[in-house]
Write a protein that binds this ligand. Structure first.
Ligand code: ASP
Ligand code: MG
Length: 457
């Protein structure tokens, strides 16, 4: 069995759902189970509707229209999700009447998105000749705690779900709601925004799937931000650890926590593109092994602050580092990167919240300067620490751009080499590194449309 998860944009309208249907049809020999998100935008609309109800407005018009249109365009029965829509309406009335929106009611409201999209998908599969059965995840064993909005799936769920899935009639493809569970008292819960990926990997672990496929609207994980490096390619394969490192630097394709169940069960997770289904995407596997190319991706994290703390009497002073970090802790500031020299400690922090207070306090024990608008650039890949000449190659290519490197760090694990530059140096530095490690012989498709423009989207 494989698990195929389709996100909101992959099922945003009738056309997309038809596309998904053909993708699934081609993979029927692999015995798929499907996990689906709400149609694009619906979860947000449900939150708005619940908040509106609190102010007395009970009119989930856009939600009704969105579903009616998809259902009509697919030629499905008009009343396919009538029960869910009236359930939602009833709930909104209740919220309006009581004038109270508890986290529990909000989760219940949000649950309607996946409950409806999964019904639509299953009905269309059946119409298109793929026998399918719809299941609400909270009815097949996804048990969570009662931490509404971010409920944690309980370990025992694996067994219950596995048992349930064995009882699915032969020849029927299960279509399961992402994102939802139930707590011990039977309340419906949601497991955190974008939670359907987690539903998919849990389901995969429960049934011992051979692969979990996460279908999105991008080409898997890339060798660099394609808005900076037009030649960036999709990465064929990487380890969980590498994926986690990339996510830390803001590569937003997958949150590593969402694939933990699959990794623990040693099931590969593949990120694929619904709009380009024959592209192999990126496969994430549990174990790291050095690959010949070593460097997997060039990433960056911008808008950091560089704090330099200098004191002639500090070094060799027991407890000096403690006194510095105690102050950061007190003000709730998290520190990213640290470097020390004879008389200075340099570190980066990504938020300016309470930074002024912390700096004032640090000023009582040392001389402090803060430089803003810095970017941490990282070369990520398993085995980097062992690779001879790699640092030389990195800094030679940065040197050619004429950019000044301000701080260097090699993670304690063998997975990244990172350094600090000015925000304004991102484009030349990332491009130079990408060229050095990935060749970029093929000419750029076209000049970059502008990183800032891409950023503000
Ligand atoms: N529909 C939910 C959300 O928008 C869950 C998901 O898409 O995975 O967050
Ligand atoms: Mg969504």
């Amino acid at each position: 069995m494989i698990v195929m998860k389709f996100g909101g944009t992959s099922v945003k309208d009738a056309e997309s759902i038809r596309r998904v249907t053909e993708i699934v049809r081609e993979r029927l020999p692999l015995d798929p189970a499907v996990v689906v998100s709400a149609h694009s935008g619906v979860t947000d609309l449900l939150i708005k509707a619940a908040q509106g109800a609190l102010k007395g407005e009970v009119a989930p018009r856009t939600i009704i229209l969105t579903h009616q249109k998809i259902i009509k365009d697919l030629g499905l029965p008009q009343d396919l999700v009538a029960a869910e829509l009236s359930g939602l309406n009833e709930l909104l009335r209740g919220i309006a009447l009581v004038g109270e929106l508890s986290p529990r009611s909000l989760d219940l409201a949000m649950s309607f998105g996946e409950r409806m999209s999964s019904k639509v998908l299953a009905a269309h599969f059946n119409n298109a000749g793929i026998p399918a059965a719809q299941y609400n995840s909270y009815e097949i064993g996804f048990e969570t705690d009662s931490n509404f909005q971010g409920a944690i799936i309980q370990k025992e769920s694996l067994k219950t779900i596995g048992r349930f899935m064995k009882s699915v009639p032969e020849g029927k493809m299960p279509v399961v709601t992402g994102f939802l569970g139930h707590d011990k008292s039977g309340n419906i819960t949601t497991i955190g925004r974008s939670g359907s990926d987690l539903t998919a990997t849990y389901l995969g672990a429960a049934v011992g799937a051979t692969e979990v496929q996460i279908w999105k609207d991008v080409f898997g994980i890339m060798t660099a931000d394609p808005t900076v490096v037009p030649e960036a390619k999709s990465i064929a394969s990487m380890s969980f650890e590498e994926a986690a490192e990339l996510a830390y630097y803001g590569a937003q394709v997958l949150h590593p926590a969402t694939i933990t169940p699959a990794i623990e069960a040693n099931i590969p997770v593949r990120v694929l593109n619904t709009f380009e289904p024959n592209h192999p995407g990126t496969v994430i596997v549990g174990t790291s092994s050095p690959s010949p190319e070593i460097v997997k991706s060039i990433v960056y994290k911008e808008d950091l602050n560089l704090v330099t703390i200098a004191s002639t009497r500090m070094l060799m002073q027991p407890g000096f580092m403690y006194s510095i970090f105690r102050i950061f802790k007190k003000w709730g500031i998290s520190v990213d990167m640290v470097a020390t020299s004879e008389v200075t400690v340099s570190l980066t922090v990504d938020s300016t919240k309470h930074l002024e207070e912390a700096v004032a306090e640090l000023g009582e024990i040392a001389e402090v300067t803060v430089e803003k608008d810095k970017t941490l650039v990282a070369v990520v890949g398993y085995g980097i620490r062992e690779a001879r000449g790699l640092a030389a190659k990195v800094f030679a290519s940065v040197a050619e751009t004429g950019v000044n490197v301000q701080m260097i760090s090699q993670g304690a694990r063998m997975i990244n080499l990172s350094f600090l530059v000015d925000n304004t140096d991102i484009v030349p530095v990332v491009r130079a590194l990408h060229k050095a490690f990935f060749g970029d012989q093929g000419k750029a498709r076209k000049p970059v449309s502008g990183r800032q423009a891409a950023k503000s989207r």
